[in-house]
Design a protein around this ligand. Structure first.
Ligand code: PLP
Length: 403
């Protein structure tokens, strides 16, 4: 069927962005009504009159609910940002800059060293490269073939000069989940700070700042059914950071700029909804994931990128990644789109690039196979019949491409 409208299409790209949850839309509705009365709920939260104080209360209410949802100790450990990219940049550049400015850092200390991984999102890799240009040494750990970063590889990369470690909680392409707590413990045992990009993990697996022992973590509302344009940086109390956004001193001086009260309320509602659904949704999605893998792997020419069956706990429940022999991702994605399926060839952010995925090649997959990767990511509105329809369409897509 070549003429399915967008509304009729089957959306299987939740790792790129998640449809807005009605609970989040309802929470934001009062803030987006037009007209002069709007200011009664949507004043500047830093204004002193009553409407401003109400907006401030709504902002702080959202902060408290998000802090609780991520297992932070205190609401003021949540700093609102415009997205996770901003939170990642703030963490990498801000924490690294603060570490070298620390009063107890001796002048004789060697070149400051940062450890991250070669499978991070570009929101981490780009600031890491920028820090390299400004004199930091950066080690990019490689994953093992399963897409994970073993704590032992971090342990052997640690140096006395290491000031910061940043390792993702879960990968957006393969769904590989890293042992965050163990990794944080390795970093701390040598006196380095630990940041994790937890964007893909939130709402899919248990995320808890206390248990993870992270000093900082990045989150994004639009990956969990909240709106675009708001994210958060978790920053453990007393962690020193150099703020990147300077101005009016909002967010306790850590991120200047008038806060997005509407977005914060939408973010909090989306997080609470995701967490209330988690116990039911995680096994449901895992069953869909396993059934899709087994349906796809029965099709000649399709290979799995990772073996989730060998370690089901080691992967997010909602991501399937396969390589479709000899057919480039772009052709697959476009043909599937014309048949009414929205999927991704790699991470959404790199889908305009013709390079093979940096994640898959870092895992040791040869670039020719990596060019043929297809990521299917599921969520709240994905049903067994969507998966069935997708699996049935794949042989046709392959035949069409080979014609
Ligand atoms: N980190 C990871 C792991 C992601 O998957 C993404 C988005 O794809 C981001 C960061 C960036 O998030 P945002 O769109 O909120 O900037």
């Amino acid at each position: 069927m070549d003429n399915r409208t967008c509304e009729e299409s089957i959306y299987l790209d939740y790792a790129a962005t998640c449809p807005l949850y009605p609970e989040s839309a309802d929470a934001m509705a009062p803030y987006i009504q037009g007209g002069p009365a709007n200011i009664c709920v949507n004043a500047n939260p830093n204004s002193l009159y009553e409407a401003g104080r109400k907006a401030y209360s709504a902002l702080e209410d959202a902060r408290g609910r998000i802090a609780e949802g991520i297992g932070a100790n205190r609401p003021d450990e949540v700093v609102f940002t415009s997205c996770a990219t901003e939170a990642d940049n703030a963490a990498l550049i801000g924490l690294a800059s603060a570490a070298i400015a620390a009063p107890n850092r001796s002048a004789a200390a060697g070149m400051p060293h940062i450890i991250t991984t070669s499978i991070e999102h570009d929101a981490v890799l780009a600031p890491a490269r920028s820090l390299e240009k400004s004199g930091f040494e950066v080690t990019y750990l490689k994953p093992d073939r399963s897409g994970h970063i073993p704590p032992e590889s971090l342990e052997s990369a640690m140096r006395k000069e290491t000031v910061l470690v940043s390792i993702q909680a879960a990968n957006s392409e393969t769904g590989a989940v890293n042992p965050v707590r163990e990794l944080a413990q390795v970093a701390h045992s040598q006196g380095a700070l630990f940041h994790t990009d937890a964007v893909q993990a939130l709402g899919k697996i248990d995320v808890n700042m206390g248990l993870w022992e992270a000093d900082a973590a990045s989150f994004s509302a639009h990956k969990i059914g909240g709106p675009r344009g708001i994210g958060a940086l978790y920053l453990k109390s007393r962690t020193r950071i150099v703020p990147g956004m300077l101005g009016g001193g909002q967010e306790r001086g850590l991120r200047s700029g008038t806060q997005n009260v509407c977005g914060a309320q939408g973010f909090a509602a989306a997080l609470e909804t995701s967490l209330s659904l988690l116990a039911e949704e995680a096994p449901r999605l895992e069953a869909l994931r396993d059934s899709l893998y087994s349906r796809l792997l029965d099709i000649p020419g399709i290979k799995p990128t990772v073996n989730t069956a060998a370690n089901p706990e080691g992967y997010l429940p909602n991501i399937v990644n396969v390589m479709v022999g000899g057919i480039e991702s772009e052709s697959l994605v476009l043909r599937l789109d014309s048949l009414g399926f929205q999927v991704s060839g790699g991470s959404a952010c790199s889908s305009h690039s013709l390079e093979p995925s940096h994640v898959l090649t870092a895992m040791g997959i040869n670039p020719d196979d990596a060019y043929c990767a297809l990521r299917v990511s599921m969520g709240r509105y994905t049903t067994a019949s969507h998966i069935e329809a997708f699996a049935e369409a794949m042989p046709k897509v392959i035949d069409w491409n080979r014609r």
